[in-house]
Design a protein around this ligand. Structure first.
Ligand code: SME
Length: 161
């Protein structure tokens, strides 16, 4: 598990990125890059954004780091991603193969965390992270990923006026 000092350093970097990003898209790109580079067990890091324009809302793949995923559009009734977006709650899965909701992205993935992004109390997207290691996401990780997701939510809220 990474030390508290390292996590604090990453949170500070997120603050700096959030203060200088010209758009939420730019902030999302820099956050996925930062997490993927600094957190060695975060093997796939990406945002999905909720599109409500069609008949059914769908999560659409946004900025990500890691291998291309077959899941570029996920309906809300599918996957751990769909469950997190529809419940508005963080979901941590220690062993993806024992979770019936899991949509496989890579054969190597063992655990996953999905954290919703909120704007004015509504889910607008989520930050999804996969690990090649079982139970890679402890409480500290959860806090860090929630910190990143809420930085993006605040940025979107600001730009929405
Ligand atoms: N595993 C996710 C699908 C997205 S990929 O992990 C990138 C899910 O079960 O919703």
């Amino acid at each position: 598990m990474p030390g508290i000092a390292k996590l604090e350093e990453i949170r500070k970097s997120v603050d700096v990125l959030a203060a200088s990003a010209k758009s939420a898209e730019e902030l999302m790109k820099s956050i996925v890059k930062l997490l993927h580079e600094t957190m060695l067990k975060y093997n796939w890091v990406g945002f999905y954004m909720l599109e409500r324009s069609g008949a059914e809302p769908v999560l659409v793949l946004g900025p990500f780091e890691g291998a291309m995923t077959p899941h570029t559009r996920i309906p809300l009734n599918q996957g751990i991603c769909g469950a997190a977006a529809s419940s508005g709650k963080t979901i941590v899965v220690d062993d993806v193969h024992s979770d019936f909701r899991y949509l496989a992205c890579s054969l190597e993935t063992k655990s996953e965390i999905v954290v919703p992004v909120f704007v004015k109390g509504k889910v607008v997207g989520e930050l999804d992270i996969d690990s090649h290691f079982p139970a890679a996401f402890g409480l500290d990780d959860r806090e860090l990923v929630e910190y990143c997701a809420s930085a993006v939510g605040r940025h979107l809220e600001k730009s929405a006026g």
